[in-house]
Every structure is written in structure tokens, then in C-alpha cells.
Design a protein around this ligand. Structure first.
Ligand SMILES: *Cc1c(COP(=O)(O)O)cnc(C)c1O
Length: 359
């Protein structure tokens, strides 16, 4: 603790992102980036945007992007709040919606680990709700609660399990907790789950968080957004404008809008990842892995006879990075991003070698 720090900084527990090292012939399957690039139209928009107008501040409201998202999902532009990656949008959500003194935020014991980091940052008490033994979220655990929570948050599909909840179950959770925000982080929804945006007309307490980092292959541009009722979005905007008026630069806005305009590319590149995921699942099962049924662009796997830490280290020595969480219940699992078919083949060949050699 430095004497220059504010008191609370010593107590923070910063999120540790997947590493981005410089290794030759590196195969990065550790941060769920898209194996195919962004839409060529997004790239063209970025090139076209590299001009004199960059001396001017961007639109603080990213109006063009709010409109594009609103049109895509059939909501009002006033129901959309873009931010500098969905992590920033989530930070505003925690700040604006979950700080209710004396009340705890409910979340699964296994989910996106950044949520706990924000709870520390904003001093929000947490109540962890254990996933079922098969790692599914049980809707009934969030219904008929004895104490009113500060809010509820989970990822759907969940991370790092890849399992998805049905919309009916999300509706049950939202309707059982009408006075608090139920935040559904849909970072991976495009790879096979259904968006809860369609529930908002019946459940005005639902907040959906999206990112362009995964299914739209724009992790390097940092764009995400929230969709919610206008009432909730107004609260988020108050927080956003108390923090940073211009979270999205001109190029990011242009790329994001172009990505939404190129629907065919989005559908086709997503389809390729989903199809590679299904093949990868089969191949990994052939090698002896247990693979959770994934609706995302990663698989969550364990091998009954091989330690996950050792497997991750073995892969790393072959230039392949995967994500291993040294956390309760999941320390024997690896989270592996679905790459191209060639990536998947290289991964599976290396894993067969590693599991043959040592068993
Ligand atoms: C990747 C991810 C995010 C963050 O996305 P960015 O928009 O890149 O900040 C948020 N939530 C989950 C569950 C993710 O996997």
C-alpha cells in the first residue's frame, strides 16, 4: 500500500485478463476472440474514418450506433447505451444499479470473474449462488428469496461453462424480482442462445449487455452496449456522463455501425464458428475429454485422467494458449476458444499427444 493511494485501492482485486504474449507460431485460444476478422465493411469504415475529422471529438452519445443497435433488435435508440467495451458498460451497471446499502448482489458461484472485481471497486456485498452439479444455473434458486437482493447478474451463455439458460427461466427470475435489475450478460449469445431483449416488454427490470468483441470480431476496437428500459438507460447515462463523455472514438463508432450493416458476414462467420465448435466437441470426446454442451465460441472441458494445470502447461510448450482458472469446482477444467478448423486440428493433435504420452 502506497501512502499516496486512496484507502480502498489496497483492497481491490483486479481482474486478470487472458495473456497476450509474443510467441512464434502462437495459437491463441485463451480469450475467446473470433478466428475470422471483422466484416470487411467495418475495416473499410475504419480506413475511411482516418481523416481530418479525427481532430474533432466524437458524438458523445454515439447516436449512429444506438440507432443501428435499436433497429437490429426492434427497440428504441433511447434503450441503448454504448460503451468502451462491455466491461465499461458493466462497470456503469454495477455503479448505477447495484449499490443499495445493506443489500447483496446475487450471482452464480461460477461466472464471469470480473463481476466480483466490480463489487470490490464499488463496495457491493455479494451473495454467491452455487450452480447445480452439472454447472447449470437453477432458476428456482433466484425465486422466492427471503431477503431482497441489490440485484441479480449472470452471463447467458454462462462463462466459462458455455451453458445457456432458456428464456422462460430468465423470465421467471425477472418476474420473481420485479423491483431490482436482473442483468443478463450476453457476450456469447450469438453463438447459439436466445437474447433476453425480447422479454423486456414483459419484464422492464431486465438489462442485457452485449459486446462486439466476440461474435463481431472487434475486440481490438472496444465496443459494447446495454439494452434496457429508457428509465434504466437514463440512470446509466447519468453515471457514464459523470465518468467519460466520449467513451467511443470516431473509428469505433464507424466500425460498429458498419458491422451491424453487414448482416450476411455476421451470420456466415458466426455459423462457421458454431459448426467448428460441434466438430471440435466430437474430436475432444474421441480423445477422452468430457465437454460441456456449449452455446458459445468456446468449450469447457476436462480429462478424467489428466491434470488441467499440466495439460495447459503442455499446450503452452507447443505454443497453444488456453484458459485455466485455478478456482473452486473448476480447477480441473480448461476453457478453449473455438478457432478455425486448422486451429482445432492443431489443438486436437497436440492434446492427443499429451494425453497419450503421460497415461
Ligand atoms: C468477453 C466478455 C466481456 C467483455 O467484453 P468486452 O466488450 O471486450 O469488454 C464481458 N462479459 C463476458 C461474459 C465476456 O466473456
Amino acid at each position: 500500500m502506497s501512502r499516496f493511494w486512496s484507502q480502498h485501492v489496497a483492497g481491490l482485486a483486479p481482474y486478470v485478463p487472458g495473456e497476450q504474449p509474443k510467441i512464434n507460431n502462437l495459437l491463441k485460444l485463451n480469450t475467446n476472440e473470433h478466428p475470422y476478422g471483422p466484416s470487411p465493411r467495418a475495416l473499410e469504415a475504419i480506413r475511411a474514418g482516418a481523416e481530418d475529422a479525427l481532430r474533432l471529438y466524437p458524438d458523445p452519445e454515439a447516436t449512429a450506433l444506438r440507432k443501428a443497435v435499436a433497429q437490429f433488435y426492434g427497440v428504441e435508440a433511447g434503450q441503448v447505451l454504448p460503451g468502451n467495451g462491455s466491461d465499461e458498460v458493466l462497470a456503469h451497471v454495477f455503479n448505477a444499479l447495484f449499490r443499495h446499502p445493506g443489500k447483496a448482489l446475487l450471482m452464480p458461484d461460477i461466472t464471469y470473474s470480473f463481476y466480483k472485481t466490480y463489487c470490490k471497486l464499488y463496495d457491493i456485498p455479494v451473495k454467491l449462488v452455487p450452480l447445480a452439479d452439472d454447472f447449470s444455473i437453477r432458476a428456482q434458486d433466484y425465486i422466492g428469496l427471503a431477503e431482497k437482493p441489490a440485484g441479480i447478474i449472470f452471463a447467458n451463455p454462462n462463462a466459462p461453462t458455455g451453458l445457456a439458460l432458456e428464456l422462460e427461466e430468465i423470465e421467471l427470475i425477472a418476474k420473481a424480482n420485479p423491483d431490482v435489475a436482473v442483468v443478463v450478460d450476453e457476450a456469447y449469445v450469438d453463438f447459439g442462445a436466445q437474447t433476453a431483449i425480447t422479454l423486456m416488454s414483459r419484464c422492464p427490470n431486465i438489462v442485457v449487455i452485449h459486446t462486439l468483441s466476440k461474435s463481431r470480431a472487434l475486440a481490438g476496437m472496444r465496443v459494447g452496449y446495454a439494452v434496457a428500459s429508457q428509465e434504466i438507460i437514463e440512470g446509466l447515462i447519468r453515471v457514464k456522463d459523470s465518468f467519460n463523455s466520449y467513451p467511443l472514438d470516431r473509428l469505433a463508432i464507424a466500425a460498429a455501425v458498419a458491422s451491424f450493416e453487414d448482416h450476411d458476414y455476421f451470420v456466415e462467420s458466426t455459423r462457421k464458428v458454431v459448426s467448428a465448435r460441434e466438430d471440435l466437441t466430437q474430436q475432444l470426446e474421441t480423445i477422452g475429454f468430457e465437454v460441456l454442451p456449449s452455446k458459445s465460441n468456446f468449450v469447457f472441458v476436462r480429462h478424467p485422467d489428466h491434470d488441467a494445470t499440466e495439460l495447459a502447461a503442455g499446450l503452452r510448450s507447443h505454443g497453444i494458449l488456453v484458459r485455466h482458472f485455478n478456482a473452486p469446482r473448476i480447477s480441473q477444467y480448461l476453457r478453449i476458444t473455438v478457432g478455425t478448423r486448422e486451429d482445432c486440428a492443431r489443438l486436437c493433435n497436440t492434446l492427443s499427444e499429451l494425453t497419450e504420452k503421460t497415461s
